[in-house]
Design a protein around this ligand. Structure first.
Ligand SMILES: Cc1cc2nc3c(=O)[nH]c(=O)nc-3n(C[C@H](O)[C@H](O)[C@H](O)COP(=O)(O)OP(=O)(O)OC[C@H]3O[C@@H](n4cnc5c(N)ncnc54)[C@H](O)[C@@H]3O)c2cc1C
Length: 482
C-alpha cells in the first residue's frame, strides 16, 4: 500500500514537497487553512489589479529549475521567467541615484561614478562572494545537526565562511564609499536582518543578484505557487483548502492531525506552517530563545496611470541607515527616517493591471511584534505620508490623486493570516547561531516521521532556500523507503 504523507500548509515549501513526494508515488494530502495556495507568496485581486503580496524578486533560478527537474517536468511548461535589464535603482536621500544593471559593465560604470577605482574593487568583492557561494551552495541541500560541525569533513568550512565577519565587513573591505557598501549589502533585508549583524556568507545573496541576475515570472509572482500546485496535483496530490490543523499527535505507528471536522492519520507529516508556531501551537512545546527577523508594513496601490519615473524595483534609503536598522532590530520603535522599497511589476508585466494603469507595492521594514510596545496602526498614516512625500519631492508625483485601489498589510496580519510567530515576516532571523548547523533541522528530534519545510528551518528563508528545504525533506523521506 502507498504510504501517506500529510503536509500542513500550502506555502511554496509545502507545495514543492507535495509535488516531489507525489511524483515519487506517495499518497499526498496538503491541509491549508486559507482558501488559496501560496502562503506568504499570496495575491490580492481587485478591479483588474493583481497585487503579488509577498516576494517580488526571483533570484537563483537554478533552485526553481531543480524542483521541476526532480519531478521530471520542464520548468518552461509552467513558468516564464523573464530576466530584468535594469535590476534596481537605489535612491539616496541626498538625491544620488545608483543603478544595478543586468550588464555588469554598466554596473561597474555606476560604481566608478561613486568611487574612482571602484570597478576593480567590485571584481574582487564579487570574487570573494563567489567563493562563499561555492562553499555554501552544496550545503543548502543538506540537513545538519550542530554536532556534525565536529566532523573533520566540515572543518575546512570554518575559515572559508569567515564566521567572525559580518556581511557589511565584506563590502567595507573593498569600498570606502558607505553608499556603495549599503548598495552591496542591502540584500540582507531580503532575509529580514541587518547587514551589520548577519554573517559574511549571506553575501551569497549579493552574488546571486549581480551574477546570476534577477528574474520576473510573467503573469506575476503568484504564478510560482500556482505552478507548484499544478505540478503536485498532476501527480495526484490532494490539496484541501480551508482546512486548519490544530494539533499534531502520535498514535501507535501513525501521526495524527486534528482538524475542525475530525482527524487525519498519516505515515509521515511535513509541517510547512512557520516552525516556531508549529512547535508552540501544534506540538505544545516550549520555544527556545529564538531570534526573529523583522516585520514589514505593506501598501498595495493600484494607480490610474503609469508612473514612468520608477523602475521595476526601487529602493529608497533612510538618511541615517544605521539608526534605521537599530530602530528596527534593537530599539523596536517606529521613526520618521526609514528605508523603503517600491515594486512596480507593471513596468515589466502589463498583464497585472488594466491597460494603462500601474501597480505600486510599497514595503517598509519595521520591527517584529516581540516586545513591540507601540500601537502600529497609530503610525501607519505617518509612514504612508512620508513615502508619498518622498515621491512628490523626487518626482513631483501626487500619489493621492492617482490611487484607484488601495490595500494595506500590517505586521499583525502575518500572525492572523499565516500564523507567523511575532509577525516576523521572514521567520527566524539569519544570525550565525540560527544558520546552517544551528538552524532548526528538517527532521523532528523526538517524533519519528515528523519533518519541517520552509523559511524557518534549514537552509533558510527566501524562495530558493525554501525550495531547497523541500528537497531535503523529500530526500530524508524517500531514503527511508526506497
Ligand atoms: C513581503 C515579503 C517579501 C518577500 N520578498 C521575497 C523576495 O523578493 N524573494 C524571495 O525569494 N523571498 C521573499 N520573501 C520570502 C518568501 O516569500 C518566503 O520565504 C516563502 O514564501 C516562505 O514560504 P514557506 O513555505 O516557508 O511558508 P509560508 O508561505 O508561510 O507557508 C505556510 C503555509 O502554512 C499555512 N498554515 C499555517 N498554519 C497552518 C495550520 N495550522 N493549518 C493549515 N495551514 C497552516 C499558511 O496559511 C501558509 O499558507 C518575501 C516574503 C514576504 C512576506
Amino acid at each position: 500500500m502507498r504510504k501517506k504523507i500529510a503536509i500542513v500548509g500550502a506555502g511554496v515549501g509545502g507545495l514543492a514537497t507535495a509535488a516531489r513526494l507525489a511524483s515519487k508515488g506517495y499518497q499526498v494530502e496538503v491541509f491549508e487553512k486559507l482558501s488559496r495556495c501560496g502562503g506568504r507568496a499570496h495575491i490580492i485581486e481587485d478591479r483588474g489589479f493583481k497585487f503579488d503580496t509577498g516576494p517580488s524578486f526571483v533570484l537563483m533560478p537554478g533552485f526553481f529549475k531543480e524542483v521541476f527537474d526532480y519531478c521530471n517536468q520542464d520548468i518552461n511548461a509552467y513558468l516564464n521567467l523573464k530576466i530584468l535589464d535594469i535590476h534596481y535603482k537605489i535612491f539616496y536621500p541626498d538625491g544620488d541615484v545608483f543603478t544595478v544593471y543586468r550588464d555588469g559593465q554598466r554596473t561597474k560604470e555606476e560604481i566608478e561614478r561613486f568611487e574612482p577605482g571602484g570597478a576593480k574593487q567590485y571584481d574582487k568583492f564579487i570574487k570573494e562572494t563567489s567563493l562563499f557561494y561555492k562553499a555554501v551552495e552544496p550545503l543548502l541541500y543538506k540537513c545538519f545537526r550542530p554536532w556534525q560541525l565536529c566532523h573533520p569533513v566540515y572543518w575546512g568550512l570554518i575559515p572559508k565562511l569567515k564566521i567572525f565577519n559580518s556581511y557589511w565587513d565584506i563590502a567595507k573591505k573593498y569600498f570606502k564609499s558607505e553608499k556603495l557598501c549599503y548598495a552591496l549589502t542591502f540584500e540582507a533585508m531580503f532575509i529580514g536582518v541587518s547587514p551589520f549583524k548577519t554573517p559574511a556568507f549571506y553575501s551569497i545573496v549579493t552574488y546571486a543578484d549581480h551574477i546570476q541576475k534577477i528574474f520576473h515570472p510573467l503573469g506575476g509572482m503568484y504564478k510560482i505557487p500556482l505552478a507548484l500546485e499544478r505540478m503536485a496535483e498532476k501527480f495526484g496530490a490532494r490539496i484541501l483548502y480551508n482546512s486548519e490543523v490544530s494539533r499534531i499527535n502520535t498514535k501507535k505507528n501513525k501521526l495524527l492531525l486534528s482538524l475542525d471536522n475530525g482527524e487525519s492519520a498519516a505515515d509521515y507529516v511535513v509541517a510547512n506552517a512557520d516552525y516556531a508556531y508549529a512547535q508552540n501551537n501544534l506540538l505544545l512545546r516550549r520555544l527556545p530563545k529564538f531570534k526573529y527577523s523583522c516585520s514589514v508594513f505593506l501598501l498595495y496601490l493600484g494607480l490610474k496611470r503609469k508612473v514612468e519615473e520608477l523602475e521595476h524595483h526601487n529602493l529608497f534609503f533612510a538618511r541615517d541607515l544605521r539608526r534605521n536598522l537599530k530602530n528596527i532590530f534593537d530599539d523596536k520603535i517606529i521613526s520618521d527616517d526609514f528605508s523603503f522599497y517600491i515594486h512596480v511589476p507593471t513596468r515589466t508585466d502589463s498583464s497585472l493591471a488594466p491597460e494603462g494603469k500601474e501597480i505600486l507595492y510599497v514595503l517598509i521594514p519595521v520591527s517584529n511584534l516581540e516586545g513591540f510596545k507601540q500601537d502600529f496602526r497609530e503610525y501607519q498614516d505617518m509612514l504612508r505620508g512620508i513615502v508619498f512625500k518622498a515621491l512628490k519631492e523626487k518626482f513631483g508625483l501626487n500619489l493621492e490623486d492617482l490611487i484607484e485601489v488601495e490595500h494595506r498589510f500590517y505586521p499583525e496580519d502575518f500572525i492572523k493570516r499565516y500564523n507567523i510567530k511575532f509577525g516576523a515576516t521572514f521567520g527566524l532571523a539569519h544570525t550565525f547561531m540560527q544558520s546552517a548547523f544551528f538552524r532548526p533541522p528538517n527532521i523532528d528530534q523526538k517524533i519519528r516521521g515528523l519533518y519541517y519545510v520552509g523559511a524557518s528551518t534549514q537552509p533558510g528563508g527566501g524562495l530558493p532556500p525554501v525550495i531547497a528545504s523541500s528537497r531535503i525533506v523529500a530526500d530524508l523521506i524517500t531514503r527511508q523507503d526506497f
